[in-house]
Design a protein around this ligand. Structure first.
Ligand SMILES: [Zn+2]
Length: 53
């Protein structure tokens, strides 16, 4: 099974999000800069306002 870099990153992200999830904070992966970040807002997609633009 060969995974490209993005798939690997996604798998790691999924793993961490299951491991670290708690009631208030969710680990998400910014689709712009590919940094993982915690947010308390379910609607947050990007890590910062800069990435949102
Ligand atoms: Zn970002």
């Amino acid at each position: 099974m060969v995974w490209d870099f993005y798939s690997l990153l996604l798998a790691i992200y999924m793993m961490f999000s299951f491991m670290l999830v708690d009631e208030t904070a969710t680990l998400k992966l910014c689709p712009n800069c590919y940094k993982a970040f915690f947010t308390e807002n379910e609607d947050d997609v990007y890590c910062s306002e800069n990435c949102e633009m």
